[in-house]
Design a protein around this ligand. Structure first.
Ligand code: AGP
Length: 597
């Protein structure tokens, strides 16, 4: 979703070239998904804006002559209100073009505000909700002639979930406000960044201050330095400076063609990082899960499929039943969520609006919140009573790969901790990481060939039973996301209750069939599709005539099959996308961090 980055330089002598910095920082945010971009500088007593639709990768240098500017704001837009046009791209300006604003999120009451502002003589040029913000600040400015006060007054009238950064041509600083969408301040030796995401400034600094909801930050240049003040409800607050644990190199391609293949290949290593958990803390969390009267997982997309696998693991290993509710539907069940409920939220980004909304509601009802999160200090992590980090490092490809696998590892460790076998699980998974490494190397060519055979198909079906049913869902989601082929994942037994009507000659059916407790039943369902002409691709360690093609997975202890099944499924979707000439890292319409409901 939209990405914000702003920069204020500490002093004139040691300044960085702000144009170059903002472009390179914006490029690092493009992985979040975007359709247009824009940059604004304060200089020569004016605000200067450049914006466009499409790719910022091709913009080498803006050459606006504002390298000497000390303050700039920039934005990648993922359209919500209004189409993908240059006019709708941010920054947006007020009538006098003296105030510029970038924004992530949604201003829910923008219509009412716009009508009021129009009555007061303001004119609008875009279809966005964002444009009301500079006009509203301008309206307040008329009354006080002070940008800082005008900004603080304006934000009081905004409703919704958003993050905002604003500048004024006469104000030697930056004003920021966070209410529901992430905003973090990076402190480098030469200046301060403000961004939706630490990845934007990771190559400049690892020191960060994370804003919380309803916090206003004003960064103001004085004689030789920058003053940073943060307020919440008009009271000044002191915030801790945190150290970011990620490395900049982890967020680069390191010679790989795409982030997706890099992130698939680095899974054995990221699994080892996921295993770095404190045994005592895991046991405590596991005991609380066991004790809870009601346990509900909530998550979206890939993270939800990890949660479904977690549900099977908790039941199979520890006989602990729990439910999984997709986050966008979770609050509709809030009548049944109370102080005896333990909610486990699973999220890579920790910023998914649906997840945050659901857990806030559950918290209001007295529920306890545990979370399994990848991004450190993310909003979800900070809202939770307990957090387990998945330690996958930065995941840049929009399609989740290593973060999913690491979520599974944490869920295995938790399930085994419930029966006091944390160390047994850890040592098993450590061995499995090595097996996965070998399997990826050995499988690559074969999967590429299968991908070539099926790349032009319009529909795919993925089936599996028990713990493998969520793997079928995840395989299908990966294919849809990056190759734009319609794909459905479902429990194999459910196929004959309707979907089998869609199977025609050569329809690819991917069968998740490890030699486990589900094998023979799944095979019968595969045969039913074969009898209707399907091209059956078995993801298996046990060959059978029903399979027209086989993606071989290594033999492991039955319960651990999901860990060795996932990379082949990810590789299949990767190669299909590449064969179709698509860039798997930046799928159309999708965003890495879905910060709107
Ligand atoms: C995964 O490939 C998708 N990009 C998407 O389904 C994602 O898993 C979902 O939006 C949830 O994101 P989160 O894990 O950051 O909460």
């Amino acid at each position: 979703m939209c990405g914000i980055v702003a920069y204020i330089s500490r002093d004139l002598e040691k300044r960085d070239k702000i144009e170059d910095m903002l472009i390179s920082s914006l490029r690092r945010l493009t992985y979040r998904g975007y359709d247009s971009w824009g940059i604004g500088f304060k200089g020569n007593n004016k605000i200067h804006i450049i914006k466009n639709v499409g790719d910022i990768e091709n913009v080498n240098k803006l050459n606006l002559g504002f390298e000497n500017s000390l303050i700039g704001i920039a934005h990648t837009r993922w359209a919500t209100h209004g189409g993908v046009t240059k006019i709708n791209a941010h920054p947006h300006l007020c009538c006098k073009k003296e105030i510029a604003v970038v924004h992530n999120g949604i201003i829910e009451n923008y219509k009412e505000l716009k009508e009021e502002l129009i009555k007061n003589g303001h004119s609008f040029i875009s279809e966005t909700d964002t444009e009301v913000i500079p006009h509203l600040i301008e309206e307040k400015y008329k009354l006080c002639n002070n940008f800082e006060i005008a900004f603080k007054e304006a934000i009081k009238e905004l409703k919704g979930s958003f993050a905002i950064v604003a500048i004024h041509k006469d104000f030697d600083g930056i004003a920021c406000y966070r209410n529901g969408a992430p905003l973090v301040i990076g402190i480098s030796s030469n200046g301060y960044f403000v961004s939706s995401d630490v990845v934007a400034f990771l190559n400049y600094t690892k020191k960060a201050i994370y804003l919380d909801d309803e916090e206003v930050a004003i960064l103001k240049r004085n004689e030789r330095d920058i003053e940073l003040k943060i307020w919440k409800n008009e009271k000044e607050v002191k915030k801790e400076i945190k150290e970011i644990s990620w490395n900049f190199e982890e967020a680069t391609k390191l010679g790989y063609k795409h982030f997706m293949i890099k992130e698939i290949i680095e899974q054995p290593e990221s699994i080892r990082n996921a295993l770095m958990q404190n045994e005592k803390e895991m046991l405590e969390v596991a005991m609380e899960i066991l004790r809870a009267k009601q346990v509900i997982f909530t998550a979206c997309g890939t993270s939800r499929y990890a949660a479904i696998i977690g549900r099977y693991l908790f039941s199979k290993v520890a006989r602990k039943f729990c439910d999984v509710i997709m986050a966008s539907e979770f609050h509709y069940f809030s009548d049944s969520v109370d102080k005896d409920t333990l909610v486990i939220a699973v999220s890579q980004s920790g910023e998914t609006a649906d997840v945050l909304f659901g857990i806030k509601k559950a918290k209001e009802n007295g529920a306890k919140i545990f979370s399994i999160v990848n991004v450190m200090n993310s909003t979800l992590a900070r809202l939770s009573d307990k957090v387990i980090y998945t330690n996958a490092g930065p995941e840049i490809c929009v399609a989740a790969t290593k973060s999913f696998t690491n979520q599974l590892v944490v869920l295995y460790l938790l399930a085994y901790s419930m029966v006091n076998k944390f160390e047994e699980a850890r040592s098993n998974i450590r061995k499995i990481a090595e097996i996965i490494k070998k399997s990826i190397e050995e499988n690559n060519k074969n999967i590429e060939e299968i991908a070539r055979k099926v790349k032009d198909k319009d529909h795919f079906y993925y089936i599996g039973r028990g713990i493998n049913f969520a793997m079928a869902n995840e395989g299908a989601l990966k294919l849809k996301e990056i190759s734009y082929i319609h794909a459905e994942g479902m429990p194999a037994g459910e196929l004959k209750h309707g979907t089998i009507a869609l199977i025609e000659k050569n329809t690819p059916v991917v069968v998740i069939a490890p030699k486990d407790y589900t094998y023979y039943e799944t095979l019968s369902n595969a045969m039913e599709t074969k009898a209707r002409g399907a091209f059956v691709i078995g993801v298996t360690d046990y060959a059978h005539d029903v399979f027209d093609a086989i993606i071989e997975i290594p033999k492991v202890e039955e319960i651990f099959y999901p860990l060795v099944t996932i990379a082949p499924l990810q590789l299949l979707s990767y190669y299909v996308a590449v064969e179709r000439g698509l860039n798997p890292d930046k799928p159309r319409n999708l965003a890495k961090s879905v910060t709107v409901k």
